[in-house]
Design a binder for this molecule. Sequence first.
Ligand code: C2E
Ligand code: MG
Ligand code: MG
Ligand code: MG
Length: 294
Amino acid sequence: GTAQDSGDHYRIYAPELDTRWQHRLALEGELRHALERGQLQLHYQPQVDLESGRVVGAEALLRWFRPGHGLVPPLEFIPLLEETGMIVQVGAWVLEEACRNARHWQDAGLPPLRVAVNLSARQFQDGDIGALVGRVLTETGLEARWLELEITESIVMRNAEAVTRTLDRLRGQGVSHSLDDFGTGYSSLSYLQRLPVSRIKIDRSFITHITSDPHDAAIVQAVVGMAHSLGISVIAEGVETEGQLGYLRGLRCEEIQGYYFSRPLPAHDFVALLYEDRRLAPPAVDSGRVLLLV
Ligand code: C2E
Ligand code: MG
Ligand code: MG
Ligand code: MG
């Protein structure tokens, strides 16, 4: 490549840079400004209790409204935020925004619900999660018990001792933790027992074929049984059909999250759903239940 003096700085013209790299640089440049320009927003996906049929939680999911491109899904920009370290700043904003909204909904008289926030490994490495969570809860006035932090096995594997210590301390303050994408990582029973998580989220990839693939069905059944025997509750991710729902009910899975009930929604639409008090339809009744209902 050649370097050309363009006044107060050098511009590098490098034809050998492939287009993917250029694309990445452009994306990175735009992402650096996304937060300050108000282009980041959170969508909320309901988490529904299978017994009551009610929304008991919401997962906050990051969206980027990229000018000229519309809404960009997280998988297209979160890896970049992680590689560049920008996720520390953005992640802090996500936590703040989610807690602020959850508190706001409570203040508006809606039944309180858990808000779940995804964390990245970089936030544990480069940031002080413990201090951040404490500050955000104080500033927003949200009680710790309404906040759930979603971590993955890969976050824990990186630095099990330090991460566990931080999570333990937060749990002592009332914050709960869930293990996201369960089954896709290095799941180990001994880990699960030692981790301070109160919930596992079974990954969507196991749920998709649960009614047609006996292997997936067996895995989910084993995972639910194992979790319950450890006193850990289970939420199934990516539930899209009534058949999947029925199967999970049969396993005594506690909660579901998925398109069957609702896609992730902008805050405004999520609130509308709460106001409607939309619930999951009760299970198809067997004859015993019918008699009770009549
Ligand atoms: P995740 O934490 O496992 O979030 C669940 C993903 O599954 C979401 O994708 C959600 O839209 C999708 N999903 C839920 N129900 C269904 C369903 O029934 N069918 C299908 N096909 N998909 C369903 P999304 O919003 O694209 O997010 C992808 C991932 O990006 C998340 O996976 C999470 O790992 C990451 N992410 C999102 N927001 C944040 C954030 O604020 N911070 C961090 N660190 N990561 C985030
Ligand atoms: Mg998650
Ligand atoms: Mg997940
Ligand atoms: Mg995830």
